[in-house]
Design a protein around this ligand. Structure first.
Ligand code: DAH
Length: 341
């Protein structure tokens, strides 16, 4: 055998083998081709044995051609294997009539919706939405709201302190001061936002939501406060919802009151939800303590006002009858999905 003939043989074998792997249509056919060309008694081995019939000086070139052939056949084998693995099995076809996979559509969170709904009720009464920072200074969160340093009233507010003089705001009331500092009366604002306390149980979460209200104008009385809050309760719960005010204490209002609504569950007769009293405590309010006017440079004789603070989470729980505040903040959305917004 001369080198010419050997190279011819290599070329023929290459064409045959590549065609066989390219056309293998099943794993069995592929295996057949592998045995035929790459197997121990296969064509490649047979051809390499022919090298022995060449002269010594002809062998390097022949060896090189043979190595190239082995590489080509091996990679054709691997390529055919991949092709078959990714191809559908016999009889398995793409069914274009199957319904597609649904992409879940998001919706407004129940807390966001409740907060917007509450704000909208007050906006109709003439209050304007205003916002403030969640990281607040001691001055706005406490000092200017008439909480003296080291006064026990600060303890009620389970604060989360940051570095010196800063904390996560415990209520939205600080925005009362921030707004009055910048604006002369009349001030009619409603302030939605996140608030934070070291509280964590069935009805408290370390992060929760409040809406603050502040009206400072000429001739504002407690009757205005009660009228605004009665209207709010009627619009938010139902037209027949009654409210009552009970005396209470907040450092920034004098007098102060807690507002109860007639129980949403029993209407006032007494049940498990209202613990038999017929009333549910829903928010705090009062007449702005004139001490605050001194902090913001208002002449206390010229103005009077009222303020209130609403817990949005509590409102949503009462309205939608949820038992556990964690439902709002858990990654498990099965409960919230019942209230698509
Ligand atoms: N800031 C109070 C709290 O978080 C709620 C509150 C009570 C706000 C009375 C007010 C108010 O504006 O007048 O507990």
């Amino acid at each position: 055998m001369n080198p010419q003939e050997f190279l011819e043989k290599v070329k023929t074998l290459r064409e045959e083998a590549l065609a066989a792997f390219a056309s293998a249509a099943s794993a069995d056919e592929l295996e057949g081709a592998r045995v035929r060309y790459l197997g121990s008694k296969g064509a490649l081995g047979e051809t390499s044995r022919l090298m022995g019939k060449l002269d010594k000086q002809e062998r390097p070139e022949a060896g090189k051609a043979l190595n190239e052939l082995r590489e080509m056949i091996s990679s054709a084998f691997a390529g055919a294997g991949e092709r078959l693995a990714s191809a559908p099995e016999d009889g398995e076809m793409l069914d274009v009539t199957l319904p597609g996979r649904r992409v879940p559509v998001g919706s407004t969170h129940l807390i966001t919706r409740t907060s917007r709904e509450i704000c909208a009720i007050f906006e109709k009464m003439g209050l304007t939405i205003t916002e403030g920072p969640e990281v607040e200074t001691d001055y706005y969160n406490f000092e200017a709201l008439n909480f003296p340093k080291d006064h026990p009233s600060r303890d009620m507010q389970q604060s989360l302190f940051l570095e010196e003089g800063l904390l996560l705001r415990t209520h939205t009331s600080g925005v009362q001061i921030r707004t009055m500092e910048k604006t002369r009366p009349p001030v009619w604002i409603v302030v939605p936002g996140k608030t934070y306390r070291r509280d964590d149980d069935l009805t408290h979460s370390p992060m929760f939501n409040q809406i603050e209200g502040l009206v400072v104008d000429r001739g504002i009385t407690m009757a205005d406060l009660k009228g605004v809050l009665s209207e709010f309760a009627r619009k938010f719960f139902s037209e027949s919802t009654k409210i009552r005010l009970r005396p209470s204490f907040f450092p920034f209002t004098e007098p102060s009151a807690e507002v109860d609504i007639a129980c949403v569950s029993c209407g006032g007769r007494g049940c498990r939800i209202c613990k038999g009293s017929g009333w549910l405590e829903v928010l705090g309010c009062g007449m702005v303590d004139p001490a605050l006017y001194a902090y913001v440079g208002y002449e206390r004789e010229d103005v009077s006002g009222f303020a209130f603070g609403i817990g949005v989470d509590r409102m949503a729980m009462l309205k939608y009858r949820l038992d556990y505040i964690g439902r709002f903040y858990s990654g498990d959305t099965r409960c919230l999905r019942q209230f698509p917004g």
